[in-house]
Design a protein around this ligand. Sequence first.
Ligand code: FPP
Length: 248
Amino acid sequence: MSTQRNGSPLPLDGPVPNHVAIIMDGNGRWACDRDLPRHAGHREGMKAVREAIESALEAGVGILTLFAFSTENWNRPEEEILALMSLLKLYAESEREELMDQGIEVRILGDLSRVDAGTRMAVEEIEAATRGGQAMRLNLMISYSGRAEILKVVRGVAQQVSEGTLRPEEIDDATVEAHLHTRGLPDPDLLIRTSGEFRLSNFMLWQLAYTEIHISGVLWPDFSRREFMAAVEDYQRRERRFGRVPTG
Ligand code: FPP
């Protein structure tokens, strides 16, 4: 163990995952346990987002991807959708300065055509303000689902084929990756899901093919540095083979 902060060791004895993705689950249950409305859980979840960002920076992660609102979440009650959208707007406005100062480049990935104009403007502003940040890349997945993304890829590739700029036999992994929201980025090395659920929930279906998965039992609002570092330590114990035989 090399570095200490707050008295607890930083797990740097093994490789640090370059790209960490998180399914932030359990806000509703956290609120329900306290007889609070669901949006109170989402608001508390925003604090855990800061905790995750600080922890990722501390560990030396290069890319942090957070699943903040899925395509399926549009089917939630209108009141909850409005609360989540206004929280996203608040987040983009209130965290902009700090993320900029920390050198974090923020990108919002997903189908933003369904997001209201005010929220869209706030997220465009945070993207513009943080562009070029070198310390870490933060992807916020909004109005996103893995299947919708794959459909987008299929449509884009079909378009190229119908225009005659691409032959079907030329289609390969790189062709698909060029149409993903995450184009240009490496796949996640580590996926963390909170609230003890063992599901992908339509998240990054292409990109997670060889990602190591860590399930944390805590509900998202309770997620802290301790859980983040535990996930990194768990990752460091894994042997990644990518379908090959063990080395050495
Ligand atoms: C899943 O919990 C969480 C969400 C649908 C929203 C995630 C949003 C945040 C963490 C806060 C805002 C984040 C940003 C980046 C502004 P759930 O509601 O499905 O919980 P449940 O499974 O207990 O019902």
